[in-house]
Design a protein around this ligand. Structure first.
Ligand code: FPP
Length: 250
């Protein structure tokens, strides 16, 4: 089983079984900065290219009739980056949301956000709310964008909300189950992640979907996110389909 895959530009599109696709694919969109640096461009150019790749991959997943795609766009730790870079990522999200909102019904994509949106600009928050009504009319791919998201932060918030319900007499600590706890997460109602893809050669989780990925398969590639394409997506899915998933059994 390969943990780390290198790019083979001449290779044909890997064969995948369309009847056994991951139901929930999650992606850490990493390597934008290095992609730009290698071209002598500002880091923000890498994020712009990364946003294009995101659109391409979301369209491919929708065309494959996959059900859930969750991407890590901005973590609770990313605020530490230079203000200019944070601003550029927020502008890209803003642009994407404007486009996505106008194209959503045509694309039939449902859009959701995981994370604490209260720290975003009022305009971005309004756009995030605007897509809800349209999403309800769509039946295609569910795209979840993790924005000001951290896996630990999500778990602490869930624990706090549950404790509040206990204090208010609405919940009983002794009766809590895993399914019951899931209802307090940003991802409530979303199935567990089947496959996590991390490009750019980094082999770590970085606080991404800690609860939801408990039994996910991981796929790492040294391709930088802006260069991630259909061939890479298919290679990841083919590798996923070759794995034996036992969920702790034998
Ligand atoms: C990680 O690469 C990438 C980010 C922190 C930002 C991701 C944001 C986008 C792709 C654009 C907006 C998203 C959407 C959904 C429209 P890095 O900067 O850490 O790269 P490096 O490790 O090479 O420096």
């Amino acid at each position: 089983m390969a943990l780390f895959r290198s790019r083979e530009p001449e290779a044909p599109l890997p064969e995948i079984d369309l009847t056994r696709l991951p139901r929930h694919l999650a992606i850490i969109m990493d390597g934008n900065g290095r992609w730009a640096k290698r071209r002598g461009l500002p880091r923000t150019a890498g994020h712009k290219a990364g946003a294009e790749t995101f659109r391409t991959i979301a369209t491919l997943c929708n065309d494959l009739h996959m059900e859930y795609l969750t991407v890590y766009a901005f973590s609770t730790e990313n605020w530490k980056r230079p203000q200019e870079e944070v601003g550029a990522i927020m502008r890209l999200l803003n642009n994407y949301l404007h486009e996505a909102i106008s194209d959503m019904e045509k694309d039939n994509i449902q859009l959701h956000f995981f994370g604490d949106l209260t720290r975003l600009s009022p305009e971005l928050q309004a756009l995030c709310r605007e897509k809800d009504d349209i999403s309800r009319r769509c039946t295609g791919l569910n795209v979840n964008i993790c924005l000001n998201y951290g896996g630990r932060d999500e778990l602490v918030r869930a624990a706090r909300a549950f404790a509040r319900d206990c204090a208010d007499g609405k919940a009983d600590p002794e009766a809590l189950t895993e399914q019951g706890f899931e209802r307090y997460l940003f991802s409530a109602g979303t199935p567990d992640v089947d496959l996590v893809i991390r490009p750019s050669g980094e082999i770590r989780i970085s606080n991404f979907l800690l609860w939801q990925s408990a039994y996910a398969e991981y796929y790492f590639t040294d391709v930088l996110w802006p260069d991630f394409d259909q061939r890479e997506l298919y290679a990841a899915i083919a590798e996923y389909q070759s794995r034996s998933r036992r969920f702790g059994g034998i």
